[in-house]
Design a protein around this ligand. Structure first.
Ligand code: NAX
Length: 325
């Protein structure tokens, strides 16, 4: 079997430190993998240490590792690009500064992927602002179909599943049809309207109408902040785990009767303006995805989906104003 070539950016960072080992241990299945690890020049030394540890894992599926600071060299022929590396927000940075700094990174990486990646490449942005970073990368790789770009909302999805399991006492594996809509930000809408616990509607099992708005939505949407407060640094192992889940399902498939959440280029479904990279409930199969059609959207959901889409539209507008697309 030819190895799956996987680029990981920000490979010496916190998420990278979990992600690489999960990938090498077979997180995407039993196909051998080749890792292409991109970092900025000052982090290459630290990356060397991570590569030593990867070597020390003696992973049977790890067919090769390359490192470097040049996306054009490292992205050559890659089948999957996990764009994790991003510039964190400094104390004196405005949101515009952050968009600009990350816009430059994701523009260069989008261009490099367009120039040298494999024809079948799939690109998943985990680095924040994830939706807008995917939007920028896609805009600079016109030869790669836009549906090959996605941003990670699987961590939010997994958080929502876990909260519902804890509330109902059900096993995580009994929960299905949870959805995250919109931006990977505090405006995201974790939606239980269609969720099932076993074969029963989740909201019926919860039996506490106030819980969703009072506890569930804020807990999921603000979970990243709660982890920072407790741990002193941002979610890393869970973000790596969600990145593996998302990539595995995208290249493989979602379970029969269930779906996942992924931020993908909107085709206008559910009133989300066309072209925005927004989270939807999606089914996946062998590298393709489809937005789950025909879900009923009540007034509460409508307002939440619209609010998050409006935030995405504002980010896209800001990116245009900064000349980043
Ligand atoms: P770290 O700061 O630990 O690591 C980021 C790494 O990216 C650093 O090693 C840095 O040198 C590298 N980097 C910066 N610019 C780069 C470039 N141009 N090319 C290649 N590498 C570059 O952050 P970490 O905790 O690993 O988080 C990475 C990103 O994930 C952040 O943007 C973070 O906000 C985001 N997250 C996204 C989540 C999601 O659910 N979508 C959740 C977790 C996390 O907050």
């Amino acid at each position: 079997m030819t190895p799956l070539r996987i680029a990981v950016t920000g490979a010496a960072g916190q998420i990278g430190y979990s992600l690489l080992f999960r990938l090498a241990a077979g997180g995407l299945g039993d196909r051998p993998i080749e890792l292409r690890l991109l970092e900025i020049t000052p982090a290459l030394k630290a990356l060397e240490g991570v590569v030593m540890e990867l070597q020390d894992g003696a992973f049977p599926l790890l067919a090769g590792v390359e490192t470097g600071d040049d996306p054009r060299a490292l992205f050559d022929g890659v089948d999957l690009a996990l764009l994790v590396g991003a510039r964190p927000r400094g104390a004196d940075m405005t949101r515009g500064d952050l968009l600009e700094a990350n816009g430059a990174i994701f523009r260069a990486q989008g261009e490099a992927l367009g120039a040298v990646a494999a024809d079948d490449v799939r690109v998943l942005a985990t680095g924040n602002p994830a939706n807008t970073n995917a939007y920028i990368a896609a805009a600079h790789a016109p030869d790669i179909p836009r549906d090959r770009f996605a941003a990670l909302t699987r961590l939010d999805h997994n958080r929502a599943v876990a909260q519902l399991a804890a509330k109902t006492g059900a096993a995580v594996s009994d929960i299905s049809r949870v959805a995250i809509w919109g931006n990977h930000s505090a405006t995201q809408y974790p939606d239980l309207t269609h969720a099932l616990v076993g074969d029963r509607p989740a909201l019926e099992v919860v039996g506490d109408a106030a819980w969703v708005e009072r506890d569930f939505i804020p807990t999921v949407a603000n979970r990243g902040t709660a982890v920072i407060e407790a741990r002193g640094s941002s979610s890393a192992a869970s973000a790596a785990s969600a990145t593996v889940d998302a990539a595995r399902d995208w290249l493989g498939r979602t379970a029969e009767g269930d779906w996942t959440s992924m931020a993908v280029v909107s085709d206008g479904s559910y009133g989300v303006p066309e072209g925005l990279v927004s989270s939807f409930p999606v089914t996946t199969r062998d590298g393709d995805w489809a937005i789950v059609p025909g879900l009923e959207i009540d007034d509460f959901s409508r307002a939440r989906i619209d609010a998050s889409a409006a935030e995405l539209a504002a980010e896209a507008e800001q990116v245009r104003a900064l000349g980043l697309v």
